[in-house]
Design a binder for this molecule. Sequence first.
Ligand code: FBP
Length: 548
Amino acid sequence: MKKSALQKARAAYQPKLPIVLTGAVKAVEGEPTQSVADQAEIKALFPNTYGLPELKFEKNANPAATRPINVGVILSGGQAPGGHNVISGLFDGIKKIHRNSRLYGFLMGPSGLVDHRYMELTADIINEYRNTGGFDIIGSGRTKLETKEQFDKGLEILKELDIKAVVIIGGDDSNTNAAILAEYYKAIGAGVQVIGCPKTIDGDLKNAQIETSFGFDTATKVYSEVIGNIQRDCNSAKKYWHFIKLMGRSASHIALECALQTQPNICIISEEVEAKNLSLDDVVNNIANTVAARAAAGDNFGTVLIPEGLIEFIPAIKALIAELNEVLAKNPDLSAKDPETIFSFIKSNLSANNAATLASLPDKVARQLCLDRDPHGNVQVSLIETEKLLSEMVAKRLSEMAKVGEFVGKFSALHHFFGYEGRCADPSNFDADYCYALGFNAACLVNAGVTGYMSSVRNLTKPSVQWIAGGIPITMMMNMERRNGAMKPVIQKALVDLAGAPFLKFASKRDDWAVNTCYVYPGPIQYFGPAEVCDLPSMTLRYEHQGK
Ligand code: FBP
């Protein structure tokens, strides 16, 4: 494989491990835990893995003799920078436990386990992928692991390869499935442990125990670089409004982090739209008013950041999606029908209010909401062109305002969607170190013999040598939610906290950023140079944990 100059230099980067993981460790148990909500239901569903204690690794002066352990690894869901470093940390971790340990990668996501598609990850292969972006070492996929048949089929190959533990690297849905798999294997005495790793650029897999998911840091730095470049372009030409949609699924963490880094004129936060019960027209009017205020000062340009999940948070559309989910869940045969039949069936089976909301949307958006779902039942918000929908509605509103003298200026919009551009970037030093530590730590959890735990590395705003390593029972993060028409145990998603330091910081500055031009240009991720340039964690993490 031909390598760029940066790739060659980056291959030599040695991720910094927390000091505690550099020698032999022992797992110290904390208090028994409870799920974040719905304790009785979760306990009943996870009788073997509920209530486990948190674990913290400490140095072990008298390590016991070890035996080789074979481990399987799965990359699940969307790509996130640093996945290859989780795998290399895991590889180095199990090799440190015993040099004859073996690592097997299941190919193209969870389906690789079920379909017995795998490869052994040897040192030569691992060395090709250290510190690189992407998930291409074994590929990823979104197959949902949920049935007993899938679990049993997976167990056949795990037994054949003498695999003692499976590490599932995924987001909230994949780690929910990891918990279900752990419970099942424990219940049947399969002798296979399951460990999760918190991955997703969306940043919504975090809680009191998991400070951030990996990939968020790098992806937001990539988006912030290009948003900064666009802002400099628009401040140079002074003739366009840029409508920039950002990935992040339901949560607006990515948009908020990019706003903190680049200081755009407008950034919409979906969670606030919902909390204030704003309609689509309210959102449009707010943007149009800022465009008009800037135009009055002679500035016919600007930037608007839009979280991709916005549409789901507009209360009327949220109600519509909830009913769509019910209709789809009650009529499973629909999925085999052609799109036109599904669309007209849905339209004629909605309540009057929701049918009216659906009818008010542009046809393309209405169809996307009804027809495009991922295997977990999520609306595929990345496919909905909210940036175009908003700019068209803003243009219409501005022409009305112009007629009554409330807008005097020009409005010319350009559109961008940043998501895939950042998911496979070479990990920042933060993500390279964090991911390597998560993988290495997962090996320690396997060695500790536990199951149903998520690899946890904390204290992340401190230098990486001071990070704290351990394991968090996945059931601790779970609650009951309605999915596909039934109540299911799932990991609670972390949305933007409107009382949290990152949002409050943004809210205190945004009026100034709206009218004045206060752009910041963060520039590209730096991999070599002083720590204060190269190793800084995200602003979200810094505000959440250090208040700065
Ligand atoms: P995960 O939750 O699996 O990490 O995926 C994140 C994400 O990048 C979202 O931001 C986005 O909505 C979605 O994946 C896109 O999915 P796909 O890769 O299937 O197009």
